[in-house]
Design a protein around this ligand. Structure first.
Ligand code: GLN
Length: 422
């Protein structure tokens, strides 16, 4: 452990002498984002010894803005998890209560910010991995619109969902970091040239119509968490927002559609790790197939292996139509639901997570229970829209996150509303 919370996997610092909006500011970077000359492991043994020869686009932009890269942060292996307990290097600890998890998968980034070790950090969010740990650790985290930040240099888990995004102690720092990393990049063909202007950030919520999806207060949402979030929605109304109840009926398919799709994408993405260039040393005297199997057994943790198996199964010839294709249809329905409600509303609001940070070890025995806690975050990744988690009070003595969701490429309105609420 290089710090009291096991937030960092590497504490190598790389200063920049560029002058820019982040001059002299230390920014921690999640360990699935490539950093030139700094080991990048995705918290996996399969990547031990890997030192990227190049920077991710977001890291290039940080350096150009004058930021000091302040080390690489702990995470669930390859981003697969909701607690940061699936790290090959031990869990990160929640600075608010070290007997509890940080949330995941960007748990190290959240812990580093919440403990005041850095003012800002980069995370990545495939199905909630920025917003969940932001909620559990009591900080701010933004999942940008799909395409608004280049994924060049982000080691892929599930490409069709994930985005790099900012995490910080407050909305202003979150917006500032976002303004540095947003914009197009020809090396990521899904990126869109829509920069974000920090100078435009101003508190603005009066008259905005905020939809509250009924499903965000459904089964499984802790009653005390729901109460805290309802109180903060009341505050939004006091600030001049117009609150309207809405419904997203297809949300019932979101978890299944997400987990089928992300395991399929993961099984194909993780195909490339064979131990030849880095990771556990293969036994070269064995037949190729046996050597490959042994390396991957030694290099991948149990959750990663589970997902590779699930994804390979779902993509196999006889089952492709039954699972993968069905999941794509469900995703369409969910997208349309969000488009419909976001035509009548400027923003949506609800809890980020259905619970507060669980105790260490509470979730690890039951992966399905852990997957279920993603119910309020994954619909946003399916829809591609931006969402921010804001600290909004406590329940059971732990922080609760209010999730505000916006229109596609509507980060401006989203962050302005977040600033008004803060
Ligand atoms: N908990 C979700 C998963 O395990 C989301 C993780 C993420 O956003 N990287 O897939």
């Amino acid at each position: 452990m290089s710090d009291a919370y096991n937030a960092f996997l590497s504490d190598i610092e790389i200063p920049s002498d560029a002058s820019g909006p982040l001059a002299g500011i230390r920014v921690a970077v999640k360990d699935n984002i490539s950093t030139k000359n700094i080991p990048t492991t995705c918290a996996s043994k399969i990547l031990l010894g890997y030192i990227p020869p190049y920077d991710a686009h977001a890291v290039e932009l940080l350096k150009a803005a004058g930021a000091t890269i302040a080390g690489k942060t702990n995470m669930d292996e390859f981003g697969m998890g909701t607690t940061t307990e699936n790290s090959a290097f031990g869990p990160a600890l929640n600075p608010r209560d070290t007997t509890r998890v940080t949330g995941g998968s960007s748990g190290g980034s959240a812990a580093a910010v919440a403990a005041g070790l850095v003012p800002m950090a980069l995370g990545s969010d495939t199905g909630g991995s920025i917003r969940c740990p932001a909620s559990y650790c009591g900080i701010v985290g933004l999942k940008p619109s799909y395409g608004r930040v280049s994924r060049y240099g982000l080691i892929a888990y599930a490409n069709s969902f994930e985005q790099i995004g900012p995490m910080a102690a407050n909305v202003t720092d979150t917006a500032k970091l976002f303004s540095v990393i947003a914009g197009g990049d020809r090396r990521d063909s899904t990126s869109v040239d829509k920069p974000y202007r920090f100078a435009d950030l101003h508190a603005d919520i009066k008259g905005k119509v905020i939809g509250v999806p009924r499903e965000y207060f459904g089964e499984g949402v802790d009653a005390d968490v729901a109460k805290t979030v309802e109180t903060s929605i009341g505050r939004l109304e006091e600030l001049g927002a117009v609150i309207r109840e809405v419904s997203l009926p297809s949300m019932q398919y979101a978890l299944a559609a997400y987990y089928v799709t992300c395991t399929c994408e993961a099984s194909s993405n993780l195909d490339r790790f064979d131990g030849v260039r880095y990771g556990p040393e293969p036994e070269m005297n064995l037949p190729w197939h046996d050597a490959y199997t042994k390396v991957r057994e030694a290099g991948f943790g149990p959750e990663v292996r589970r997902r590779i198996l699930l994804g390979t199964f779902a993509l196999s010839a006889g089952y492709y139509g039954k699972y993968y294709v069905k999941a794509q249809h469900a995703k369409q329905l969910i997208r349309r639901d969000f488009q419909r409600v976001l035509t009548g509303c400027d923003l949506l609001a609800g809890p980020t997570m259905p619970n507060v940070a669980p105790k260490l070890g509470e979730m690890t025995a039951d992966p399905l229970r852990m997957y279920q806690t993603d119910i309020l975050t994954v619909p946003v990744n399916i829809a591609g829209i931006p969402a921010v988690s804001l600290p909004c009070g406590t329940a059971h003595g732990m922080p609760v996150g209010l999730q505000l969701m916006g229109r596609m490429f509507g980060e401006e309105a989203l962050l302005n509303a977040a600033l008004a609420f803060e």
